[in-house]
Design a protein around this ligand. Structure first.
Ligand code: C5P
Length: 233
């Protein structure tokens, strides 16, 4: 799925026509697309289909976090869309993640990968302490990664700065999905801990989630093609 091109472009908009146009224009330059709660809460299954029509794999970024039965139901409800990836919060615990993985298996060989969000990149050590979690963010991410692996999940979302430690500890098949990626010289916007695409790939990322450097460019197709070319260099 991602072997040829690890870039998934984050389409964060509520405008269906723009999302569909972006999806079409990015065909051949990215490996997949990501739609999250902003787009999915506005347009649901019809919106997803409008984006998926371009034929690229779609990561449905729902970040589910609820009791196991409810999360399993939430996963089952999106299986007919055939998303390539769906995610849950690792903080929901072992039983919740197992329930998500089991629900996904009901789709058979075409099942989505189920991955866990470890620690949001918008949080720092003091935010973590405020929620009662002691220890460093890196320790917390590693602990949650091991919990996700025990639950049978396919991988996690993490910041680029945690890739090296995770690659040392986790099985090579365990997928690392990495947002906060910026080409050299790009506007970093609200992302704090960034890395360039070639750096994150060299450390062992499987999927690079890149949004505004592509969607905010005058020509998104050319911007995506330039990032893809930088990976081959
Ligand atoms: O535009 P940008 O490249 O910053 O988009 C990054 C995407 O990755 C957004 O859709 C954002 O919601 C998502 N994301 C993130 N940090 C996380 C988890 C997801 O930036 N920890």
């Amino acid at each position: 799925m991602t072997a040829q091109n690890p870039i998934f472009c984050a389409i964060d908009t509520t405008d269906t026509a723009r999302a569909a146009m972006l999806a079409q224009s990015l065909k051949g330059t990215v490996g997949g697309l990501k739609v999250g709660m902003e787009f999915f809460n506005a347009h649901g299954h019809d919106g997803f289909r409008a984006v998926a029509k371009a034929g690229l794999p779609v990561f449905l970024d729902l970040k589910l976090h609820d009791i196991p039965n409810t999360v399993a139901g939430g996963i089952r409800a999106v299986l007919p869309l055939k998303p390539a990836i769906v995610n849950v919060h690792a903080a929901g615990g072992l039983a919740m993640m197992k329930a998500a993985a089991d629900a996904a298996k009901e789709a058979g060989p075409d099942r989505p990968l189920i991955i866990a969000v470890t620690m949001l990149t918008s949080l720092d050590a003091s935010d973590l302490a405020d929620t009662g979690v002691t220890g460093t963010p890196a320790d917390h991410v590693l602990r949650l990664a091991h919990l996700a692996a025990r639950a049978g999940l396919d991988g996690i979302v993490c910041s680029a700065h945690e890739i090296a430690a995770l690659r040392r500890e986790m099985n090579p098949e365990f997928k690392l999905i990495v947002p906060g990626i910026r080409p050299a010289g790009a506007d970093i916007a609200d992302q704090k801990r960034i890395m360039t695409p070639p750096e994150a790939l060299a450390l062992g990322a499987d999927v690079l989630v890149i949004g505004r450097p592509i969607t905010g460019a005058a020509n998104p197709h050319d911007a995506a093609a330039a990032i893809t070319a930088s990976l081959a260099a």
